[in-house]
Design a protein around this ligand. Structure first.
Ligand SMILES: [Zn+2]
Ligand SMILES: [Zn+2]
Length: 373
């Protein structure tokens, strides 16, 4: 335990290893970086595990904007090493989950039950938090910078976890599972006995499948372009698995008495899959778009079909999650074994393997890679 505590005297920078994005669309490189001691309101965390999320790839390749140089990584757990002045929500030794979507609690959205749309969250993503050996300031990707052995975050970006929680599994709650399970429960409000189809069975798609299983959906169909994703989709709650394409559209109708599914979830974010998801639902069905797509793609609908089918198409930010309400519930489900974060993991890796994990993700291989520190 004693080694968890270190001096926070002024100028006593910690030197740690991190995977650094030096320029947009370049491979991450492993560097020694310097972390200053936590300032007032900040928390110094030693990471235990960090998932490699599709948003990390989108930030690295420029699909989402990210100032550089930066350390990405936003789905992670760890142990508090030290806290700055005025921090009261955690203390050294606490197990914590990083929260890349901190909400201010006072803006219009926060005070109207939609903290996942907080007006202040994006500001937390523009933070410089460390420096390279040559003194160049480093940005913290999504404010958290979890692709490093340690990080410094605002106290609003950590949530205390129970002391007995498995930190490796808990890391995946921070993005994939709060997003996927939240999409099912908060955004779509899937009911017991309903039918669900999930396009894309990566980390978030698998979390949606687990959410559908949790709420008792009767038919749960995973759709992916890769046949080798079937076993994992079924292990995470899919009752059926179909390869993307015309056959999937027919298969979905066959499994839903010709009507189409009550719910579709697009976990890819492409114009093609959004359109397929929408078309796979029944009249009056609901499509929830969870994946983050590109700015310059267009999804087409004709006015008559919008009227005739009476369907709902809904965007979903971070599973419409209120972390303070939803994380304790999710932890209960993890403790009871009804939600299984470890089942998302296809690759347990070291920090050095983070560049390869992004490359795998870019070609659609595997589900979650989990960095173990
Ligand atoms: Zn707010
Ligand atoms: Zn994420």
């Amino acid at each position: 335990m004693a080694k968890c505590f270190r001096s926070t005297a002024a100028n006593d920078a910690a030197v740690i290893r991190a995977a650094v994005l030096k320029s947009t669309d370049s491979p991450l490189t492993i560097e020694n970086i310097e972390l200053p001691p936590p300032a007032a309101g900040e928390v110094h965390v030693r990471l235990a595990a960090a998932g490699v999320c599709h948003s990390d790839l989108s930030l690295a390749n420029g699909t989402l904007s990210q100032p550089v140089p930066a350390v990405l990584g936003h789905e992670a757990s760890g142990t508090v090493i030290a806290v700055g002045a005025g921090v009261i929500n955690v203390r050294p030794g606490n197990h914590v989950l990083l929260n890349w979507s901190p909400s201010c609690g006072t803006c219009w959205f926060c005070t109207h039950g939609e903290p996942y749309l907080c007006e202040q969250t994006a500001k937390a993503w523009q933070r410089r938090y460390a420096r390279l050996a040559d003194g160049t300031a480093l940005y913290a990707g999504l404010g958290t910078a979890a692709f490093g052995e340690e990080t410094i975050v605002p106290s609003s970006a950590v949530v205390a976890l129970p002391a007995d929680v498995n930190l490796e599994g808990a890391a995946l709650l921070g993005c994939a599972m709060l997003t996927g399970v939240g999409a099912v429960i908060n955004s779509a409000d899937v009911q017991r006995g309903e039918s669900v189809v999930v396009f894309g069975t990566g980390g978030v798609g698998l979390s949606v499948l687990q959410g559908a299983r949790l709420v008792g959906a009767e038919v749960v169909i995973g759709v992916d372009v890769a046949a080798d994703k079937e076993d994992r989709a079924r292990a995470n709650g899919a009752t059926d698995f179909m390869l993307a394409g015309d056959q999937a559209a027919r298969g979905i109708r066959d499994r839903t008495e010709g009507r189409g599914a009550d719910h579709a979830f697009d976990c890819v974010g492409s114009a093609t899959t959004i359109r397929q998801a929408w078309s796979s639902t029944r009249r009056g069905g609901r499509t929830t778009v969870v994946g983050i797509g590109e700015k310059d793609e267009k999804v087409e609908f004709n006015p008559q079909e919008i009227f005739y089918f009476g369907r709902v198409l809904c965007g979903c930010v971070f599973g419409s999650t209120d972390v303070s309400r939803d994380l304790p519930r999710l932890l209960e489900h993890v403790q009871s074994g009804r939600i299984r974060p470890q089942d998302l993991v296809t690759n347990r890796i070291r920090l050095e393997d983070a560049p390869d994990a992004l490359a795998r993700m870019a070609v659609g291989k595997g589900a979650r890679s989990l960095i173990i520190y």
